[in-house]
Design a protein around this ligand. Structure first.
Ligand SMILES: *Cc1c(COP(=O)(O)O)cnc(C)c1O
Length: 224
């Protein structure tokens, strides 16, 4: 295992190459450190390198990390599927929710949230059956159906690239998400500014950044 410091330096180097290749700047991309598989001590090492955006994918993990880290500067992301009955446990403890993909979930968020929640709609760009997310052809209808909610702000779209696919396939999935994001942004809906793109994980964040990601979600590469 390398130190988080060494790993983060490598990540920053890779990021900068991708940013340069696409004429973007470092401040255009927010790195989210995915801490779901590591201890609070390891998460702390990332915080010491200056990373303030952390992500968890289970209510229990979120609760434990928030308690142990107890740091007001941190920005919390919930990634991954959230069961409707667990919404009340997490929705008022997070800054961003990355997995909005169905109406009952939106209804429950509306019911439980005390403030407006910044949400990403998860899109299943490649149509893999095992993956959650709204399909591209249902996205417009789904977004229209969210206009009734006062606690949901659609800040952007999120996707997961197909696992172990060729680079061209991954790149095309990210490019498709970017197109969808821009088409929604262009509608200028007050509840759906949709300016952000959450895409890219340890294996594919360089491609995601080249294709316009504004949030990358990196776990393994920080902690391997
Ligand atoms: C686990 C996870 C990540 C981070 O994956 P790594 O391959 O460890 O970087 C990113 N996004 C989601 C939705 C995840 O569940």
């Amino acid at each position: 295992m390398n130190s988080v410091k060494v790993n983060s330096q490598k990540i920053e180097q890779m990021l900068n190459l991708s940013l340069e290749a696409s004429s973007r700047k470092r401040s255009d991309v927010q790195v989210i450190v995915v801490t779901k598989k590591v201890s609070s001590e390891q998460a702390m090492a990332a915080i010491e390198e200056g990373y303030m955006h952390l992500a968890e994918n289970r209510p229990e993990g979120l609760e434990l990390k928030q308690k142990e880290l107890n740091d007001k500067r941190l920005v919390w992301h919930f990634i991954g599927n959230l069961q409707t009955r667990k919404v009340k446990k997490v929705i008022n403890k997070i800054d961003y929710f990355h997995a909005l993909d169905r109406l009952p979930l939106a209804e429950e968020i509306e019911k439980r949230a005390l403030n407006v929640v910044s949400c990403f709609i998860q899109v299943n760009v490649t149509g893999e059956e095992t993956k959650s997310g709204v399909s591209p052809d249902q996205l417009d209808d789904f977004i229209n159906s969210l206009s009734q909610f006062s606690k949901i702000k659609i800040v952007g779209l999120m996707t997961m690239a197909p696992l172990n696919a060729e680079e061209a396939v991954i790149r095309s999935a990210f490019a498709q998400l970017k197109k969808l994001q821009e088409s929604i942004k262009d509608k200028a809906l007050p509840y759906a500014p949709c300016t952000e793109l959450s895409m890219g994980m340890s294996k594919d964040y360089t491609i995601a950044v080249e294709e316009g990601a504004t949030f990358v979600r990196i776990g393994t590469s920080f902690f391997e």
